[in-house]
Ligand binder design. Structure first.
Ligand SMILES: Cc1cc2nc3c(=O)[nH]c(=O)nc-3n(C[C@H](O)[C@H](O)[C@H](O)COP(=O)(O)OP(=O)(O)OC[C@H]3O[C@@H](n4cnc5c(N)ncnc54)[C@H](O)[C@@H]3O)c2cc1C
Length: 403
């Protein structure tokens, strides 16, 4: 036994030559299309339309989505590659792609055939945008505490509440929304929440104010207000899957299963950021001379670069390993994905700070474009389950394995 896993072969990572071809194509997209626009994106806070047009042409919105629903095929490793390569250049665009997936994952898992045929293909083809609306002013980590309510009236649910920090909400046509449909059961605080597909065009759905957060410029989150929002009963996500036998009132589990799947994309974002800042710091440390020598000749600099590489490689291996377990639908995946998300996002944060210091004054000059990676990295440690919440998952999963 290789604690806490069973077998040394549990550590296999399965990558194929097609993955490398795909990686190269995404890198070309990121460097040719996105990179020249990054200064404009940072200034305006908006991703220009040309990026969406080119991403649509390249099929980047449907990576990891089954072909029968308009995607490029179900391959989590390709999705990880996509998120990593985009984050290396523009973490905000990587986040935008991730928000679409935060809608598609629960619809693919818990939607019926009609819901999947209606809502997945337009998002997978990049014709429509989608968002995941769960967090509320009262509750982010504490999903069971949400206060949005959904009351059945005839053949419609009437939803009332406020969702905050919703990525993509400014553009989204479709929303995944959680709301309380029943009071909690004794000893089961989480019970009584239901998940819905809500269209922006439904009566009572309003997009509120934009959150001016420190990073991911180009993809600022918004408030979503549900003011007597009218949602047809057929928009409840109610197909049983795994341990969710009666999805109505078990929307808490739907949200958690969704994050288990999507979290690996945030790990990949961390890897992309860590790679970008390492490349930039290494290049600068070879070019910049002080006291007649390149600064890489000083151990204060070179040891930081060595640490950045050690951490990047560890984070990347953990992320690709977790993706391999996900493809195999192994139960160890939940633990692996939390390990990967925590390590990769913290590595990204630390490496971005090192890169700033290695660049001296230029490190904090916005024009140079290093400091933005730190602002973006901090957010990756917070959303889709803060790293404290990941540590809780890690311990819970570890203790389960000891039983
Ligand atoms: C840029 C951005 C985009 C986002 N996009 C989305 C989105 O698209 N959809 C969506 O639904 N939400 C989104 N969020 C919300 C995000 O998921 C939450 O902010 C996050 O889950 C934390 O919740 P909170 O802000 O309520 O913090 P809280 O849950 O109040 O946590 C505050 C602090 O306490 C710690 N903490 C809380 N509980 C525990 C515990 N039990 N043990 C140890 N520590 C604990 C946390 O780690 C954190 O440090 C986004 C947030 C940001 C910043």
């Amino acid at each position: 036994m290789v604690f806490p896993f069973n077998d040394i072969t549990d550590f296999n990572i399965s990558l194929r030559p097609e993955h490398e071809l795909f990686r190269k194509s995404v890198r070309k997209f990121a460097e040719d299309i996105l990179e020249p626009l990054v200064p404009e994106i940072e200034r305006s806070g908006e991703i220009p339309e040309i990026v969406f047009d080119k991403a649509r042409e390249a099929g980047l919105f449907g990576v990891g989505v089954p072909e029968e629903y308009g995607g490029q095929g179900e391959d989590i490793i390709s999705y990880v590659i996509l998120k990593e390569e985009l984050a290396r250049v523009c973490p905000a665009f990587s986040a935008l792609i991730g928000a679409n997936h935060l809608f598609m994952i629960p619809v693919l898992l818990f939607g019926n055939e009609e819901q999947k045929r209606k809502y997945i293909p337009p998002v997978a083809r990049g014709e429509k945008f989608a968002a995941h609306a769960n967090t509320e002013p009262c509750c982010g980590s504490d999903i069971a505490g949400i206060q949005t309510t959904a009351t059945l009236e005839g053949n419609k649910y009437i939803i009332n509440g406020r969702k905050i920090f919703i990525t993509n909400a400014g553009k989204a046509d479709y929303f995944f929304v959680t709301a309380r449909t029943s009071p909690p059961k004794e000893g089961k605080r989480w019970w009584g929440i239901t998940a819905f597909i809500v269209e922006k065009s439904f009566p009572g759905v309003k997009i509120g104010s934009k959150f001016d957060v420190i990073g991911l410029n180009g993809e600022h989150p918004y408030e979503v207000i549900l003011d007597n929002a009218e949602v047809p009963i057929e928009n409840v996500l109610n197909t049983p899957y795994k341990n969710v036998r009666d999805p109505v009132n078990e929307g808490f589990k739907i949200a958690l299963i969704t994050y288990d799947r999507s979290r690996i994309g945030i790990a990949a974002q961390g890897v992309g950021i860590a790679e970008a800042v390492l490349e930039k710091a290494l290049k600068y440390s070879l070019e910049r001379h002080t006291f007649g020598q390149p600064i890489i000749s000083y151990q204060g600099i070179s040891f930081k670069i060595a640490d950045m590489l050690i951490n990047l490689q560890a984070a990347r291996l953990l992320t690709y390993w977790a993706a391999t377990l996900a493809i195999q639908d192994r139960e160890e995946y939940i633990l692996a994905a939390s390990l990967a998300k925590t390590l990769a996002t913290e590595v990204a944060e630390k490496s971005a700070l090192y890169a700033i210091k290695i660049h001296g004054g230029l490190g904090v000059d916005k024009e140079v474009g290093i400091e933005r990676y730190l602002r973006d990295a901090v957010i990756t440690t917070i959303y889709e389950g803060t790293n404290d919440i990941q540590r809780l998952t890690i311990i819970r999963q570890l203790l389960k394995r000891l039983k």
